[in-house]
Design a binder for this molecule. Structure first.
Ligand code: PT1
Length: 282
């Protein structure tokens, strides 16, 4: 299973790691890491990008809008200012697929112009103009499910049948994409762990991960350091690595092809061992 991401070809025959690169001052676990005196420091971002590449990341996901629970929206200009210099700098220097974590058409268009290889949209191209813009870039798109909006989504998430509802929603977005010329070979699906979901909802989605969509569309999963791990294991955000690794492995076992994580080296080790054990013939 291969997918063309701009200049790069991404091989998803076994699961790969997407390293998280947040250029926001307020992300839940690594917010502000690349800021010096209130300014985004490109050299710090590049150092981290190089490190994640050397640790085995196949993709780097660059985002300028925090979408963790409770986060406030960001202006288009702010997002452009945070994301574009980073995408540009990485694409100019490193041989890696750069994904842009955005719902904003202008960011999609400009990021694609400087070399981004993937659009990761937590709003599944629902914003005005996003479907058309994403279609024009020719890039693959990850469609994620979210109930509500980040600042309020965790107040009272409600579903009658969470797996069926998420699957139906994603089926509708696949249809909307195909109607605009974004063929399904260009799509990825993501259940959106923690996006308007209780722990029970997240667990139901994890256990039914492979039933979220058509078998030929790869699934992406983002569980790294999320609050579900904190609640289930009583762990603060800095102590969620073991939980994150366990969930990454379980997601891969259930069919996820892209794992979106903070801890690249550790997750690459887990997936590597999983492959060795899976391939072993006694
Ligand atoms: C994700 C994801 C994402 N997650 C995709 N993109 C975030 N495709 C940003 C918590 O409960 O899963 N898939 N982009 C980060 N969002 C959250 C959500 C962070 C919930 C933290 C929590 O702690």
């Amino acid at each position: 299973m291969k997918i063309t991401c701009g200049q790069h070809i991404l091989d998803l025959s076994s699961p790969v790691v997407m390293g998280i690169l947040n250029t926001t001052p307020d992300s839940f676990s690594d917010g502000g890491s690349y800021y010096q005196a209130g300014m985004l420091d490109l050299s710090l971002v590049l150092r981290r990008a190089e490190q994640m590449l050397s640790e085995g990341a196949a993709i780097l996901d660059v985002g300028g809008e925090s979408t963790r629970p409770g986060a406030d929206p960001v202006s288009e200009q702010e997002e452009l200012d945070r994301v574009l210099p980073v995408v540009d700098a990485i694409c100019a220097r490193l041989d890696i697929v750069v994904s842009v974590d955005t719902s904003t058409p202008a960011v999609m268009r400009e990021a694609a112009a400087v070399g981004a290889g993937l659009i990761n949209d937590v709003r599944a191209l629902e914003r005005e103009g996003a479907l058309e813009t994403a279609a024009q870039t020719g890039l693959p798109v990850c469609l994620m499910h979210m109930q509500g909006q980040p600042n309020t989504m965790q107040s009272a998430p409600t579903y009658e049948e969470v797996v069926a509802e998420v699957a139906n929603y994603l089926a509708g977005r696949i249809e909307a994409c195909e109607a605009r010329g974004i063929i399904r070979e260009r799509l990825l699906l993501d259940p959106g762990f923690g996006f308007g979901k209780t722990d029970a909802h997240n667990l139901a989605l994890l256990s039914a991960l492979s039933q979220l969509g058509p078998a030929e569309i790869p699934i992406m999963a983002g569980l790294s350091r999320k609050s579900m791990i904190g609640r289930l294991l009583q762990r603060e955000v800095e102590d969620r690595l073991p939980g994150s690794l366990a969930l990454a492995m379980l997601a891969a076992q259930r069919g996820a092809k892209i794992l979106r994580v903070h801890d690249v080296a550790e997750t690459v080790d887990v997936l590597h061992l999983q492959k060795i054990v899976g391939d072993y013939k006694a």
